[in-house]
Design a protein around this ligand. Structure first.
Ligand code: CP
Length: 321
């Protein structure tokens, strides 16, 4: 595993979103992921890259994949890891996010990985701390490591991102995954189409570089890959579509619908899946699905991100001395 010269392109102490990153920075993260992927295939799945560092996972919203994946990634880098949730922290007693962050920093923590329902929470915290902050999903804003693992998986399957035609289907309006994917994919030269019921397409999405349609057949036509998003019926989706069954009939990905798509179309979903709403079980578990490969790749992606921000922060601290 070669980790030399990793600090020449990456100089940021935080990872807050893909909007802030250049094409070169995104490619640098993806190249670093290549270096870490092999670690998880070893009998002893550990390298000493973050030995002596402490990572706190602060998750103020539910998560299965992202939280576990960050914890595994940090442990495979030999960091010490602590998990806190809003239920078990002093946030419940009225402490502000900034005060919580400053107190965690006073405990000599090196990296805070945070999921929060407030769009902009990670940026706000990062601007107040010397410790690194990694955004694990903030409101409807960004989920950068999810997009990076989606893009890494696509690159593994299809060789390169430039020139690919990727359709993102589902609730675009409330989706931080959609936003981060649009920034990342377009910067790397992919053509991105977003497809959703009209009320779930937010204003300004075309300015981000995506084409927009509410025609599912158009979104599937010629697509090399689709990224299917969860319908968040627990939020205000009912205003956009009356029932889950009606959504499935109009936008759900089925084997029948895929007959008109490319034979080798790559099917992604960030999870959690609502089977029979966004896609049928046959599609979710079918030969074109890479959903579990996305989850596996999440570990190497998060190892790369934790490593890069820690290395950049060390270099910033040295320069400040
Ligand atoms: N994809 C994703 O963010 O899943 P979790 O909510 O389970 O972390």
């Amino acid at each position: 595993m070669c980790l030399l010269n990793m600090d020449t392109v990456w100089t940021k102490k935080d990872l807050l979103g893909l909007e802030d990153l250049s094409r070169e920075e995104i490619e640098h993260i993806l190249n670093t992921v290549d270096s870490f992927k092999e670690v998880s295939t070893r009998e002893i799945k550990k390298v000493p890259a973050l030995r002596g560092k402490t990572v706190v996972n602060m998750f103020y919203e539910p998560s299965t994949r992202t939280r576990v994946s960050f914890e595994i990634a940090a442990k495979r880098l030999s960091a010490d890891v602590i998990n806190i949730t809003s239920e078990t922290s002093s946030v419940r007693k009225g402490e502000t996010l900034i005060d919580t962050g400053r107190n965690i920093e006073a405990l000599k923590v090196d990296i805070i990985v945070m999921r929060h329902n407030y769009s902009g929470a990670a940026n706000m915290l990062a601007s107040h701390l010397r410790a690194s902050v990694v955004n694990a999903g903030d409101g409807w804003h960004e989920h950068p490591t999810q997009a990076l693992l989606d893009i890494f998986t696509l690159k593994e399957k299809l060789g390169q991102i430039k020139g690919l035609h990727v359709s993102i289907i589902g609730d675009i309006a409330h989706s931080r995954v959609a936003r981060s994917n649009i920034w990342g994919l377009t910067k790397l030269g992919a053509k991105v189409i977003v497809c959703a019921p009209k009320l779930l397409i937010p204003a300004g999405i075309e300015e981000m570089g995506a084409e927009v349609t509410d025609d599912i057949d158009k979104a599937l036509h010629n697509a090399d890959a689709i990224n299917v998003l969860r319908m968040q019926f627990e939020r205000d989706e009912k205003a956009a579509f009356p029932t889950q069954l009606e959504y499935f009939k109009a936008f759900g990905i089925t084997e029948e619908r895929l007959e008109k798509a490319k034979k080798d179309i790559v099917i992604m979903h960030p999870g959690p899946i609502n089977r029979g709403v966004e896609m049928s079980s046959e599609v979710a578990d079918g030969a074109n699905s890479v959903i579990l490969e996305q989850v596996t790749n999440g570990i190497a992606v998060r190892m790369a991100v934790l490593f890069l921000v820690a290395q950049a922060n060390e270099s910033i601290s040295k320069d400040a001395r």
